[in-house]
Design a protein around this ligand. Structure first.
Ligand code: CP3
Length: 341
């Protein structure tokens, strides 16, 4: 497969940065919303032909250079015995972890509950022959936090962070279990045919940088290194890690996805030069005028000229109500720009 995305990941100099978006495989595309009228999110995820169709939509509809597997990070806790519901208010577990009544012993990993994903990957690789496929799983902290989500009235994770300070050992035991399950899951994704793997640590910045670095990062690195050991390229997305980015080195991952809070040039300057960067357009910029978007994109030319190890992406996922026409505008702009390379 001759792919701009894979060539860039492999260190080859290309004429322009490759492009894809977090949350591109659902949510904002009209073609996805049309499918959602007839099928539940779960049906789309569990049927290999439907999952493959949704995975391919952003390729045809917006012209991105890579596809991301249509699935969700929360199916890993489901494989540990938590019953997951995707409601209109987001995902919830019917038997979540409870800080008042901790039932760690109930968690037992059933790897078979993840096997449909591997069949989906095989199907996607059959259907999208020319497109690189990104697999993923949630970062250990992010997935752990969601395991407590069952109560509609609790919108943040503050009580769980309090619990982490009170009972670090109990929490780290669960994070270790999650890591083991994530490794099995991620390795099987590679064996099924993914071309690249992204670890979504969306809630990295919910605890102090030092705490993440000392207690959680080793688990994230473990997942990433097991994927790399199979020869698959890795992207780590530690959202809001800020200055913590300086701890990330090329022996941990191939690329780091930068969130929208930090300046891209600054992030680049504190990162190991051997690690590539991905990012970091603020997805809310899609709510502004094309003129403002154009001026933002122009500001990237200098960065793109100097940095060949850069993948264009947003600094977090697409938000509801984003106009797909503006997304296409951005993709076309980036493809047609003179990157002076
Ligand atoms: O990027 C993609 O579109 C690929 C597939 C993907 C989904 N979820 C599908 C999905 C990926 C990579 C995820 C990751 C994910 N899921 C994260 C980490 C990254 C991030 O965006 O922060 C998290 C925290 C989750 C958990 C989750 N799943 C939430 C909080 C929600 C509800 C809010 C939302 O963002 O839509 C989901 C549901 C979900 N996951 C949808 C999709 C397409 C929407 C389902 C629908 O159609 O109703």
């Amino acid at each position: 497969m001759n792919s701009l995305f894979l060539n860039t990941l492999n260190g080859k100099y290309e004429k322009r940065p490759p492009i894809w978006f977090m949350r591109q495989a659902g949510r904002v595309l009209p073609s996805y919303q049309k499918l959602r009228k007839n099928y539940s999110f779960r049906e789309l995820m569990n049927n290999k032909h439907l999952a493959s169709k949704v995975t391919g939509l952003p390729i045809t509809d917006i012209g991105v250079d890579a596809a991301i597997l249509f699935s969700d990070i929360l199916i890993v806790p489901e494989s540990l015995g938590l019953n997951l519901n995707f409601t209109n208010n987001g995902p919830k577990f019917t038997n979540p972890l409870d800080t008042n009544n901790f039932h760690y012993d109930d968690l037992v990993f059933n790897p078979n509950l993840l096997s449909h994903v591997y069949n989906n990957i095989v199907q996607i690789k059959e259907d999208l022959v020319k497109t690189p496929l990104i697999g993923f799983c949630g970062g250990p902290l992010t997935t752990f936090l969601f395991m407590f989500r069952g109560n509609e009235h609790i919108k943040d994770f503050n009580h769980i962070i309090n619990f982490f300070y009170k009972e670090p050992k109990k929490c780290l035991d669960i994070i270790e279990l999650l890591t083991e399950a994530s490794i099995v899951y991620a390795r099987n994704q590679v064996k099924s045919g993914i071309d690249c793997f992204q670890l979504f640590e969306t809630y990295c910045g919910i605890i102090p940088e030092q705490l993440y670095t000392d207690f959680i990062l080793p688990f994230s690195i473990k997942i990433l290194s097991e994927v790399r050991a199979l020869g698959c390229k890795t992207i780590f997305f530690p959202k809001n890690y800020n200055f913590g980015l300086r701890h990330i080195t090329h022996d941990m991952c191939d690329y780091v996805s930068i969130d929208w809070q930090i300046d891209l040039n600054f992030a680049r300057s504190i990162l190991d030069p051997k690690v590539g960067v991905q990012g970091n357009m603020d997805p809310r910029l899609f709510y502004s005028s094309k003129k403002d978007i154009d001026s933002y994109l122009n500001s990237l030319i200098n960065f793109g000229q100097k940095n060949h190890n850069w993948i264009f992406n947003t600094g977090h996922g697409f938000m509801p109500g984003i106009d797909v026409e503006k997304v296409v505008f951005v993709v076309d702009w980036l493809k047609n720009a003179n990157w002076k390379r």
